[in-house]
Design a protein around this ligand. Structure first.
Ligand SMILES: Cc1ncc(COP(=O)(O)O)c(C=O)c1O
Length: 382
């Protein structure tokens, strides 16, 4: 049976991973500066993670949400302690799109309204409401287009004010650092005014922290670089270090009702064990401090490379912008220098999303390879 052919694949077959590296079937080692799309937070096959999941699957891998599962409460308490989001409530699901779908649904339940405001170049996933709030017409099917969504340019505060004052907007959803779009960020003034406008107009402010959250920005959540209080925070990717888990943190002002949200797999025992191992490792290895140190080290070197025209992002979510499209550069880095990097909608941007426990020596290796690859590319172009 053929696979439904929707992914453009590189010709690499990783079969194992350890820390910042993955290995293919011939044992060739690749440096992973892409983290499987910002998913690998604590490194491949981290021993505590392997142990936690192995123990759990031996004990009880899954039971439904119809019984008591103390692991969910442990995960929620650990998240509260590490994120500093006091008194928020946790709902667990399985992926980023599902987290945003639930966030948007909850905003609509809470406000009784149904229009959503989102921003150009944003990405929120591929389920119906989430994809409708995603600014990419090619992934929106007719069935998704029935959602009422207004897409505004990032930083268009007058536009946000005009739309919210119409009184029918249930949610504003924003990535505090755009991932797929290309690492653009709104201004502090913009984010803080959006927060106030939401509060003044009974609109839920949703922080999509699926890519920029979980320590990647240098704080637990990227919105914490600003003076804002989101009503709902959506999570996935780094939360499970590869185990599928997502969730939303819900402000205490939003009350739950039985049956309002639900899922079969969300919050299962194995997923919670993975999620707890990730949080414990972030804490025990002080990974957010490492993010800030490594980010500074990385950016200082990036600044010395003349071909890099612009450095975007924050923490270990970094965009290197060139004055040419980076497709060939990424291929050269993979096939000739054994390094994974990411791309973005902005074709001139190389996206760097390494595991949060990356070390200086890996960054040095990357820049050595990048310099060589830039020279290779130059030879190919001329
Ligand atoms: C910011 C953001 N939101 C939502 C999603 C969707 O997550 P998933 O692919 O787990 O559904 C992504 C995935 O790239 C993302 O980057």
């Amino acid at each position: 049976m053929p696979l439904f052919d929707v992914y453009l694949l590189y010709n690499v077959t990783p079969v194992s991973g350890k820390g910042i590296h993955v290995y293919d079937e011939k044992g060739t080692r690749y440096l992973d500066l892409y983290g499987g799309h910002a998913v690998i937070s604590i490194g491949h096959a981290h021993p505590n993670y392997v142990k936690a999941i192995s123990n759990q699957v031996e004990t009880l891998g899954f039971y439904s949400n119809a019984i008591q599962n103390p692991l969910q409460k442990q995960l929620a308490d650990k998240m509260e302690a590490l994120s500093g989001c006091k008194n928020y409530q946790l709902f667990l699901c399985n992926s980023g799109a599902e987290a945003n779908e639930n966030a948007l649904k909850l905003a609509s339940f809470k406000t009784g309204k149904k229009r959503v405001v989102a921003f150009s170049n944003g990405f929120h996933g591929r389920t119906s409401a989430a994809v409708a709030a995603t600014d990419n017409a090619t992934i929106i099917a007719p069935i998704n287009a029935q959602q009422a969504v207004t897409i505004l340019p990032l930083n268009d505060i007058d536009g946000v004010k005009t739309e919210l004052e119409k009184g029918d907007v249930c949610a504003v959803i924003v990535e505090f650092i755009q991932g797929v779009g290309g690492l653009d960020q709104g201004t502090t003034e913009f984010f803080e005014k959006v927060d106030k406008l939401c509060k003044a107009n009974n609109t839920m402010f949703i922080a999509d922290e699926i890519q920029c959250g979980y320590g990647r920005s240098g704080k637990f959540f990227a919105f914490q670089h600003y003076n804002v209080t989101p009503d709902i925070i959506s999570l996935a990717k780094g939360m499970g270090n590869g185990f599928p888990i997502g969730g939303i943190l819900i402000h205490p002002s939003i009350e739950s009702k039985y049956g309002m949200l639900g899922t079969t797999f969300g919050g299962n025992h194995l997923a919670c064990a993975a999620g707890l191992a990730v949080l414990n490792t972030i804490e025990n290895e002080d990974l957010i401090t490492n993010v800030n140190k490594m980010s500074e080290y990385f950016i200082d070197i990036a600044k010395t490379i003349s071909q890099i025209k612009n450095i975007k992002g924050r923490g270990l979510m970094i965009g290197l912008e060139f004055d040419f499209e980076v497709g060939d550069l990424r291929k050269d880095l993979i096939y000739n220098h054994q390094m994974f990097t990411g791309g973005a909608m902005n074709k001139k941007l190389l996206r760097i999303l390494p595991p949060l426990n990356i070390e200086k020596k890996h960054i040095d290796q990357f820049f050595e390879a990048l310099k060589k690859a830039l020279a290779d590319i130059k030879i190919n172009i001329h």
